[in-house]
Design a protein around this ligand. Structure first.
Ligand code: ATP
Ligand code: MG
Length: 258
């Protein structure tokens, strides 16, 4: 990987970019994944590369919804796998919730590369590659091939960095969807039951922490969190935050009053 000086003002962001590029070279990330990452970066720049209040609320509700599921699963694509492999493995070990490789640009090589990558980071169960699969109706692309033990029979699915069509199809089959997506305007953000508008690199470790805390609480406590959560409100907050920040940014200190 290219050496990035720690003193660089956007060190974290450059590090993520390097991880995605490296993932592409390893055959884990699709070429289009580089573009998707760039789209995420633009939104992260605008929200100031920090986890905001609207994201914290959604992380907490998302953690609770996953724990309440009869059967939950985390759908993993190339970008997600290279950006947060340790957190994915930690989350799966902590909860017993499996990971499932599910790709838009599906090739056998990439599926196997992601499987091996996740396993080497300690993920206990990785579905969708070597186990039995079936077809999830309502989807054109290769992502309609899902694991019978995983997404197919799940009632709650965490689908980070996901395409809108897929999220809509999951919703149509009656599943609850939690997503992590920096773009509050994306179709995925709009369709999901819980949208975490934050960078996955910050959000996933926080999700693990919340999950650890919530695991010991009674079911009723988790149900209250989910029932009191309103995704439309959260998305509105995220969009209002972006609007206000753009207003501030359009009057840099040097220009104010001129
Ligand atoms: P949609 O299909 O939902 O309308 P889209 O076509 O704009 O969205 P996709 O490429 O299908 O985008 O999905 C990728 C999504 O993931 C984008 O909304 C992008 O902003 C988001 N994203 C990319 N990188 C990150 C990241 N590191 N953390 C969180 N979100 C990210
Ligand atoms: Mg899309």
């Amino acid at each position: 990987m290219t050496e990035i000086p720690k003193s660089h003002p956007r060190y974290e962001s450059l590090l993520m970019r390097e991880r995605v590029i490296d993932g592409y070279k390893k055959g884990i990330v699709a070429l289009a994944g580089l573009i998707a990452h760039g789209r995420g970066e633009a939104f992260d720049y605008i929200i100031g590369e920090k986890t905001r209040g609207f994201a914290m609320k959604a992380i907490k509700a998302g953690a609770a919804m996953m724990l309440l599921g009869r059967k939950a699963v985390v759908s993993v694509n190339g970008n997600t796998a290279v950006l947060v492999p340790d957190s994915l493995a930690e989350y799966s070990k902590l909860t017993g919730i499996p990971l499932e490789v599910n790709l838009f640009y599906r090739t056998r090589e990439r599926e196997e590369a992601i499987y091996t990558w996740l396993k080497s980071h300690g993920a206990p169960e990785v579905l969708g590659v070597y186990d039995e699969t079936t077809i999830l109706e309502g989807l054109e692309s290769w992502r309609r091939v899902v694991s019978i033990k995983g997404i197919y029979s799940a009632d709650v699915v965490l689908v980070p960095l996901e395409d809108g069509d897929r999220t809509e199809a999951l919703k149509k089959t009656g599943k609850k969807v939690v997503t992590i997506d920096l773009n509050p305007f994306s179709r995925t953000s709009q369709y999901a039951d819980i949208t975490i508008v934050d960078n996955i690199c910050r959000a996933f470790p926080l999700l693990v922490n919340y999950t650890r805390e919530l695991m010991n609480k009674p079911r009723q406590y988790l149900e209250e969190i989910v029932n009191n959560y309103n995704n439309k409100e959260t998305l509105s907050e995220a969009i209002a935050f972006i609007r206000d920040r753009l207003t501030v940014l359009s009057y840099p200190p040097g220009l104010q009053g001129q």
